[in-house]
Unconditional design. Structure first.
Length: 333
């Protein structure tokens, strides 16, 4: 087999905000890795190192591909797509240093590797069949950025491409960047600035559940933070579709005040109000989506801990988002 270096220009990372290169590996990040100090919480930095919904893309006629890595720190799996079709999901173990895919379709094809959403991924090299060729494959499709919590990070997804944003992006045929950070969606001003500064054709945010759980904003500061997030993003994305989602259903949190007096019902009212303020001022391309329409009490069997969907629940969430955004609201990207 022949070897392709980790820094070969024919390899394209999509869904990553930045890519860190050392002499030995390339690692995708979902924050600007050189500026991590501006995102100061250690758990946020950790979650940004996990490549949820990131893809490594290239075109090749190889029928066997081995992805050599730095030591993988957890058990997990990775998905490989050829021309948009899932051809293999390969499991790996804690301590492994390669993920191998064989018996791939003949001929030239677009390859997309979805690394595991729960494990940092450092690519050392790629090995492809002797005599095979490799070509770049930049993704020119419309760009969608989505921001959220662990429910957007989707640790419980059955495999990396079945995060709910991944389900939506593949069905719609758009280029996804997922800023789903488990435990770390707090309407941070620096995240709003990041979204503002990234290229985007559509933005969505799903806000509230981490703020509820941590009491990081209260009844005085929650609505202003939502307004500030929207306003910051709109500075450079004034006209693109902007989808603002409230929390999905969580039975223990609907009517129970948290440490600072917020409930999920109050948060939904406040998020809806924020969107209404912008629409009243002429922003016709900002839209509110009630989280209960994305994942409501009818899906209780897919909510094992009463907070996070299971693997099937994430697929249902993605299907419901697609319906509400692209069929009910008829958003065009």
């Amino acid at each position: 087999m022949q070897t392709v270096s980790h820094n070969d220009a024919r390899l394209t990372w999509e869904g990553a905000v930045s890519v860190e290169f050392s002499d030995e590996w390339a690692m995708p990040w979902r924050l600007p890795f050189k500026d991590l100090e501006f995102y100061p919480h250690e758990n946020l930095q950790l979650k940004a190192s996990l490549p949820s919904s990131v893809r490594l893309r290239f075109i090749t006629d190889a029928t066997e591909i081995i992805f050599n890595t730095a030591v993988l720190a957890n058990d997990g799996n990775a998905d490989l797509y050829a021309d948009g079709k899932l051809v293999s999901t390969q499991a790996f173990k804690n301590g492994d240093t390669k993920i191998a895919f064989g018996q791939l379709p003949q001929g030239r094809k677009l390859i997309e590797l979805w690394p595991n959403q729960k494990t940092a991924f450092r690519l050392s090299s790629i090995q492809i069949s002797d005599g095979a060729e490799i070509f770049p494959a930049d993704d020119k499709r419309p760009k969608w950025i989505t921001y959220g919590s662990s429910i957007t990070h989707c640790a419980a997804a059955g495999s990396p491409s079945f995060t709910w944003p991944g389900v939506v992006a593949r069905k719609k045929g758009i280029n996804l960047t997922s800023l789903g950070f488990g435990g770390e969606c707090h309407a941070d001003p620096m995240i709003a600035r990041l979204i503002r500064d990234l290229p985007a054709d559509m933005v969505s945010v799903k806000l509230g559940i981490n703020i509820y759980g941590n009491g990081s904003l209260n009844q005085r500061s929650f609505l202003p933070a939502i307004i500030g997030t929207i306003s910051t993003v709109r500075e450079k994305h004034p006209n693109i579709p902007f989808i603002v989602c409230s929390p999905v259903w969580s039975p223990d949190r609907e009517d129970t005040p948290n440490a600072v007096g917020l409930t999920l019902k109050i948060m939904r009212e406040q998020i809806s109000r924020a969107v209404s303020l912008f629409r009243k001022r002429g922003d016709e391309n900002i839209h509110y989506v009630d989280g209960l329409k994305l994942f409501g009490p009818e899906l209780v069997s897919n909510l094992p801990d009463k907070l996070h969907p299971d693997a099937e629940g994430y697929i249902r969430l993605g299907e419901n988002f697609f319906r509400e955004v692209f069929e009910v609201l008829k958003i065009e990207v």
